[in-house]
Write a protein that binds this ligand. Structure first.
Ligand code: 26V
Length: 822
């Protein structure tokens, strides 16, 4: 029989081949003979996009028609990673596409590798937003991700002479096939100027804002396809541009270049992502970015809401707005302004709607990471918002005063304005007061939040607080990144675990099945071989795939303690030098991660790791027993083959400092065992996989607190621990730095004199625990068993579970299945 398939939607191999050729010719404007790899990638990407457009448009139409409640996830970062492969998996068309591409005589992987990943995030927080979008689409939850379309995402990292070098991330330079600009939904955003009061026709006092800058926000939409469902939600990112009319005045008096300059200034707002672990205080452009995307997004919600004929009275019933940290917290003042100044609602009603609409997720306890903006800057940029914040604060403190009469310290601690020195707006306080729900991202973190940074708020409104332990999407972090293990698991327990990760428990019945264990170990071996090849390509270092792959991959930060890992490496090296015939388990130490460009200590940590590697890797006494690798440019693309190759996952932050961690989940889900402290989600991972399948070391958060209170002297540990002393002394001797005894002094001196993250206090416990790891790895059969049990018990850490909890406890939203018409 004859089947006529539409070249835009058909899925037969013949149609797919024709569609790719068609897109190459008509979209790329190339004959096959002169087409580049990237041309072919783009032709393929458009072919895949064509096949999801009907999902996407039907989803949007269904939400509008049924007037459903929509989750609006406000985040300054979305670390999406490459789209092509993910879309293929979620659409379930990977094998057909692969076949079509191969029949065209092309290398599928080579085309996939062409995609520049959208690195619009720093690390955990941005990647969490991406996992949550995947889960919301898969669970058929109506959702829009709102954020910033940075022209330059997180910098690319190169390592030169052991140092990090930052390279501009020009991810858009060859075009982005996954986005569609929607200039017809552009909005205007005001900045600067002043406010004035006026009396309206009914005799009411009103305020208007007379800004001195107006910027246009243009939305760019990217579809977010759910796994094996018809839902395709939207990620809507805003780009800043100049409005044409604003500087007509300048234009007319002949200052053409002045007007063009204005345009350049306006477009600066969405130019570049800030590294979030750098001091951001006082960075005006950062506050402009935050306000810009928040105002665009809220105006967009109001437009959507009114377009279906609704009144703003019902706004909170139709939108659940989640604040991903305090970066978008200005939304609370902005929604108030939009409702009161622009829609003439009264304060009480506007406040009631605002409170019911917002939820706030906190992602860090580090005091230096809590956002605050000086009143001077705030007033200069957002004069009306400052007035609104003062009014929110006045009403809030009045309530506090009634509850705690004559407790001025309490009032000062709770105030939205920090007046302890120079005055600041405290964004976390604004978020707490303006939201009906506040959550931390792991049980320990939520507990510490309630006992420390948000203690007074917890006492005031305990009912607002809850925990939502983070999760990761098994689609990207297992199915896509570890196809071999996915296939093995599916062969045993089917594939429903991909949507219901708790079903991984069924793997427990196979831990004593020796054939299965053999296969499991075999796969780990193959994946390690693949990574070994990549390591050789990227660094020139040859590693032994039979060695224990010990991996720490995450942003470089003192609290994450990559330098503690380095101290272990140096200690092991010293042991081998003293005792050359020592029978040790060969290890490959692999690091990956970027340091914020202005964070000198983190950059020095990278240099230290590379310097130690340089010595260890070429020392003939060490032979094949130790290798140290710094894998450059750790990002989503590079992370995908790293997690599956780990035997050991390093999660060694100082207890109480890592809010949750999500890399810890990705490693364990892929069969790595964890060496870790009782920090963040490590605590819950250990609970789930069982203490006997987890390598625990170090002080607890409470012990850290006690030790600091009592007075911590790192030098005592140095003086009384010969191994530790030897490691530090070796660094200071210039042994790893071509005789330069000064290079690492800032690092060693900081440890000896302050050691704010208690490396020395945890050192011995870590070294002892690493010995146990090595011992355990000798018994490969048992190690494999532990690996299988880790995977089998990771169900809790699916982002699907996390999203279901947000839906139930915070958002009050339900799934909306999408039917495909036409
Ligand atoms: C910001 C700053 C700014 C000032 C200097 C120090 C510093 C350190 C960290 C940060 C990041 C704060 C927000 C953040 O990215 N938190 C991460 O969120 C992840 C998702 O919930 C979580 O897994 C990580 O543990 C947490 O660090």
């Amino acid at each position: 029989s004859i089947v006529v398939e539409d070249d835009r939607t058909g899925l037969s191999i013949t149609t797919l081949k024709r569609a790719i050729a068609d897109n190459l010719f008509y979209n790329q404007g190339k004959f096959p003979t002169i087409a580049s790899k990237n041309d072919y990638y783009l032709a393929l990407a458009y072919t895949v996009r064509d096949r999801l457009v009907h999902h996407w448009l039907n989803t949007v139409q269904t939400y509008l028609k049924q007037e459903v409640k929509v989750v609006c996830y406000l985040s300054a970062e979305f670390l999406m990673g490459p789209h092509l492969n993910n879309n293929l998996i979620n659409l379930g068309i990977e094998s057909r596409i692969r076949q079509a591409v191969e029949e065209l005589g092309l290398d599928f992987q080579e085309l996939v590798d062409q995609e520049e990943e959208p690195g619009l995030g720093n690390g955990g927080l941005g990647r969490l937003a991406a996992c949550y979008l995947d889960s919301m689409a898969t669970l058929e939850i109506p959702a829009i991700g709102y954020g910033i379309r940075y022209e330059f995402g997180i910098f690319d990292q190169e390592i030169r002479d052991g140092w990090q070098v930052e390279i501009t991330d020009k991810w858009l330079q060859y075009g982005n096939p996954w986005e569609i600009a929607r200039p017809e939904y552009s909005v205007q955003v005001n900045l600067g100027g002043h406010t004035e009061t006026y009396v309206d026709r009914d005799g009411n006092y009103r305020v208007r804002w007379l800004p001195d800058r107006v910027i246009k926000g243009i939305p760019y939409d990217t579809p977010i396809v759910g796994y094996q469902v018809n839902t395709a939600n939207t990620l809507r990112l805003w780009k800043a541009e100049a409005i044409e009319s604003f500087n007509f005045q300048t234009f007319n008096i002949g200052n053409y270049y002045g007007a063009v300059n204005e345009k350049i200034y306006s477009e600066n707002i969405t130019k570049v992502l800030y590294p979030n672990d750098e001091q951001l205080q006082g960075k005006q452009l950062r506050l402009e970015q935050q306000y810009f995307f928040v105002s665009c997004s809220l105006q967009d919600m109001i437009r959507l809401h009114l377009s279906t004929g609704n009144s703003l009275d019902t706004f909170d019933g139709k939108f659940a707005i989640q604040l991903n940290d305090t970066h978008p917290a200005i939304a609370i003042a902005e929604l108030m302004r939009l409702l009161i100044d622009e829609r003439f609602m009264d304060w009480e009603q506007a406040w009631s709607i605002t409170e019911k609409s917002f939820g706030y997720t906190n992602h860090t306890l580090l005091p230096e990471a809590l956002e605050k903006w000086s009143l001077e800057l705030f007033n200069r940029l957002l004069p009306r918002h400052l007035e609104i914040i003062y009014e929110i604060n006045r009403r809030f403190l009045d309530r506090v005063r009634i509850k705690y009469p004559q407790d001025n310290d309490k009032l000062a601690r709770l105030s939205l304005i920090d007046e302890t020195g120079a005055r600041y707006v405290r964004m976390a306080h604004l978020a707490c007061v303006g939201s009906h729900a506040i959550n931390g991202v792991a049980e320990l973190h939520t507990h510490l939040l309630q006992q420390t940074v948000l203690k007074d708020f917890y006492q005031l409104f305990p009912e607002k607080f809850s925990n939502k332990t983070n999760g990761v999407t098994p689609r990207r972090w297992m199915v896509l990144s570890n196809p071999r293990l996915t296939k093995l698991i599916c062969s045993k327990i089917g594939d429903s675990w991909i949507k219901n990760l708790d079903e991984l428990r069924k793997l427990e019945q196979f831990v004593d099945d020796s054939a299965f264990c053999q296969q499991w170990q075999q796969i780990k071996q193959e994946v390690k071989q693949d990574l070994a090849i990549r390591i050789r390509q990227r660094t020139g270092i040859i590693v032994n795939p039979n060695s224990l792959f010990d991996i720490q991959a995450k942003r470089i930060h003192e609290y994450k303690r990559q330098h503690l890992n380095a101290l272990h490496i140096i200690t092991l090296y010293n042991c081998l030098k003293q005792n050359p015939n020592l029978d040790v388990i060969p290890r490959t130490f692999i690091f990956g991660g970027k340091a914020a460009p202005g964070y000198w200590m983190a950059k020095l940590m990278i240099k230290l790791i590379n310097s130690v590697g340089e010595i260890v890797n070429q020392d003939p006494d060490i032979c094949d027993r130790m290798k140290v690798v710094f894998f450059p440019d750790y990002n989503v693309t590079n992370a995908q083959p790293i997690y599956p190759a780990a035997d050991l996952s390093e999660q060694i932050s100082t207890a109480g400092k890592e809010a949750s961690g999500t890399g810890n989940m990705k490693f364990s889900l892929n069969g790595a065992l964890t060496i870790g402290t009782l920090d963040g989600a490590n605590v819950e991972i250990r609970e789930e996989v069982g203490a006997e399948n987890f390598f625990l070391f170090g002080l607890t958060a409470a012990e850290v607190q006690q030790l600091k209170t009592k007075g911590y002297n790192p030098r005592d540990y140095y003086n009384s621990n010969p191994q530790l002393k030897a490691a530090i002394d070796l660094i200071n001797s210039g042994f790893f730095s071509h005789g330069d005894t000064e290079l690492f002094k800032p690092l060693t001196e900081s440890l000896l004199n302050y050691d704010p993250y208690l490396l020395f206090a945890d050192y011995q416990s870590y070294i002892d625990c690493q010995k146990k790891v090595s011992q355990a790895f000798r018994d490969r059969a048992n190690w494999t068993k532990m690996s299988i049990l880790n995977v089998a018990r990771m169900g809790k850490f699916s982002s699907d579970r996390a999203i279901k909890e947000y839906c139930r406890d915070i958002w009050n939203v339900a799934p909306v299945p999408i039917e495909l018409e036409d």
